[in-house]
Write a protein that binds this ligand. Sequence first.
Ligand SMILES: NC(=O)c1ccc[n+]([C@@H]2O[C@H](COP(=O)([O-])OP(=O)(O)OC[C@H]3O[C@@H](n4cnc5c(N)ncnc54)[C@H](OP(=O)(O)O)[C@@H]3O)[C@@H](O)[C@H]2O)c1
Length: 326
Amino acid sequence: MTATLSAWSINHYGPPKVLSPVTRPIPEPGPTEILIRIRASAVTRADGMMRTGQPRFARLFLGLRRPRQNLSGTGLSGEVIAVGDSVNRFAVGDAVFGEAGLKFGANASHICLDESGVLMKKPDALSHECAAVMCDGPMTSLNFLREVADLRSGQKVLILGASGSLGSAAVQIAAAMEAKVTGTCSARNADMVAALGAGRVIDYGQEDFSRQTERYDVIYDTLGVSSFAEAKRSLIRSGRYVCPVLGLGLLGAMLRTAIADTRKARFSATGMLKPDVLRPMLATLVDMIEDGKLAPVIDRVYPLGDLIAAHRHMETGHKRGNVVVV
Ligand SMILES: NC(=O)c1ccc[n+]([C@@H]2O[C@H](COP(=O)([O-])OP(=O)(O)OC[C@H]3O[C@@H](n4cnc5c(N)ncnc54)[C@H](OP(=O)(O)O)[C@@H]3O)[C@@H](O)[C@H]2O)c1
């Protein structure tokens, strides 16, 4: 009898209920592929975007009328159970983590991935649940703070949305980079954000950062809740407003500030960077984890069979850190 894997498919763009469980034969790894038994996978805002096909311009990459690759999930962690003949980075029995990228299919029991992708051996210090989310908040925030914003030791950074997946990682990474960190969140998350490394916490329900006199080197708007125009007066002359949520306003600000302003607006699509660029970032994050400077925040863990409930919670906009299925 052929062994089968369990996964979740998305046949149409829409709400969480468009997710449907599927079984498929477990594939044989190709010459450069590894077969992973998945222990944990992430349920991210980006996964919600793939499921809804929103914003619409994303359908140019995802498929115009329906998802081209119709399996759900990108971030994962598990164990290698078979390898192709030419694989040399991994061996059977290795614990690995990373992302499936545009192949999708991480919310599953098994997956075959090329060893040249964004994959690394999992250190013992990292649980499968935490490893599964490394390519979301931690990798994106390292890319935004270090590469996009060029944040330096001693500089002041304001992190908008400091209790989310990107924000909770960003507070820890910025503190590890020895920046002076301020984070915005609601009162219920203030203690957590302070414990993660924010020297100052602004309750977004009570105070508006843009009306305060404080000036920052970097404003990292993890949720796109502000804009360059609003954030500008809180930036020093050479300040950078960086935001991972692309819209027409941000695009316009990027074009304008590229030519005409000392303050800059910047964006990056982290998942689109080449594996050769992303793997060293994961290695830096693993060092931070082993040094005790970074620990992904896990909000809720669901069984793989409850992926629809996990998606519903993820898209409330109020998760604390990350959501995982196991
Ligand atoms: N460009 C890239 O490379 C890239 C990569 C990954 C993700 N992204 C995008 O990044 C965005 C952020 O994702 P995420 O997973 O970090 O978000 P998230 O975890 O869903 O954010 C939820 C958190 O935000 C807080 N929050 C809600 N409204 C707020 C406000 N007005 N001010 C401050 N905090 C607020 C909530 O706290 P309360 O419950 O207390 O309100 C909650 O803790 C998504 O749009 C995602 O698609 C981009």
